[in-house]
Ligand binder design. Structure first.
Ligand code: CO8
Length: 256
């Protein structure tokens, strides 16, 4: 795939997507978001890919939506053109696991993009924040909702109302990130996690992701009923037979 603001690499069954707009700390302009949507959709449709890692540079995962591009927008235009729309939601429509590997700044839309992924692995240099309040606006790509679900009301209010940044240690303590690793090991660690996931049953992985994601959308009783239906449905797949037989035969399962 050829992009101007992204770099992509294939590592076995894992696709690595690197935001690559260094002149603006990976600010998420329309073109970059369009390219990201194309790359993610293509990898999602490719059966040779089992998981995706989304990363930025050492300095910035992404410093937010592009302020230069947004600055001249006015209310009737933004309402009529829905300028956030589908390009920003695309990550949430991907069926395969997407791991955000965050070093440096993940601010505003950058933090929101990371939170749309299925898990965040952070370098010890990562800095998360929703600084939109300093620009006279508020988060616009799910920040007030996903951050609050991730870290709770009081801390989310602290972040959203003051616009302060949170370092990697605080982010791990607050459950915003799954793990923190030294900056030099970030991409390797994310690729290791993604490679493990990509070696497992693709159907079980997709349904496990969907079931956990359900927890954010529904009641406990409905979520548990959904999980039960998925669990039972997986007994209709060859992967359940292979996984359980491999355990009993004391060998590695072959899901792919
Ligand atoms: N948009 C556009 N350009 C940016 C952005 C951005 N968000 N962030 C940095 N840049 C540019 C700078 O303008 C600068 O460009 P130039 O060299 O041409 O002047 C270059 O990147 C380097 O930035 P700095 O010189 O500022 O670097 P510093 O190391 O001094 O500071 C910071 C780094 C702290 C990250 C600083 O750049 C900063 O505060 N950036 C803005 C952070 C921010 O406010 N983000 C929130 C943006 S609003 C948002 O994300 C709303 C999301 C809504 C989603 C849906 C919308 C479509």
């Amino acid at each position: 795939m050829n992009f101007e603001m992204l770099k992509t690499e294939i590592h076995g069954r894992v696709a690595l997507v690197r935001l690559d707009r260094p002149s603006a700390l990976n600010a998420l302009c329309d073109q970059l978001m369009g390219e990201l949507g194309t790359a993610l959709r293509d990898f999602d449709a490719d059966p040779a890919i089992g998981a995706i890692v989304l990363t930025g540079s050492d300095r910035a995962f992404a410093a937010g939506a592009d302020i230069r591009e947004m600055q001249s927008r006015s209310y009737p235009d933004t309402a009529m053109n829905d300028f956030i729309g589908a390009t920003w939601e695309v990550v949430t429509t991907i069926r395969k696991p997407v791991i955000a590997a965050v070093a440096g700044y993940a601010l505003g839309g950058g933090c929101e993009l990371a939170m749309m992924c299925d898990m965040i692995i952070a370098a010890d240099t990562a800095k998360f924040g929703q600084p939109e309040i300093n620009l006279g606006v508020i988060p616009g790509a799910g920040g007030t909702q996903r951050l609050t679900r991730a870290i709770g009301k009081s801390k989310a209010m602290d972040m959203v109302l003051t616009g302060r940044m949170m370092d990697a240690t605080e982010a791990e303590r607050a459950n915003l990130v799954a793990r923190v690793v030294p900056a030099g090991e970030l991409v390797a660690e994310a690729l290791r996690v993604a490679t493990t996931i990509a070696s497992l049953s693709p159907v079980a992985v997709a349904l496990a992701k969907r079931s956990v994601s359900r927890a954010f959308e529904t009641t406990l009783a409905e979520g548990v009923a959904y999980e039960r239906a998925v669990f039972l449905a997986l007994f209709g797949t060859p992967h359940q037979r292979e996984g359980m037989a491999a355990f009993l035969e004391k060998r590695k399962p072959d899901f792919i």
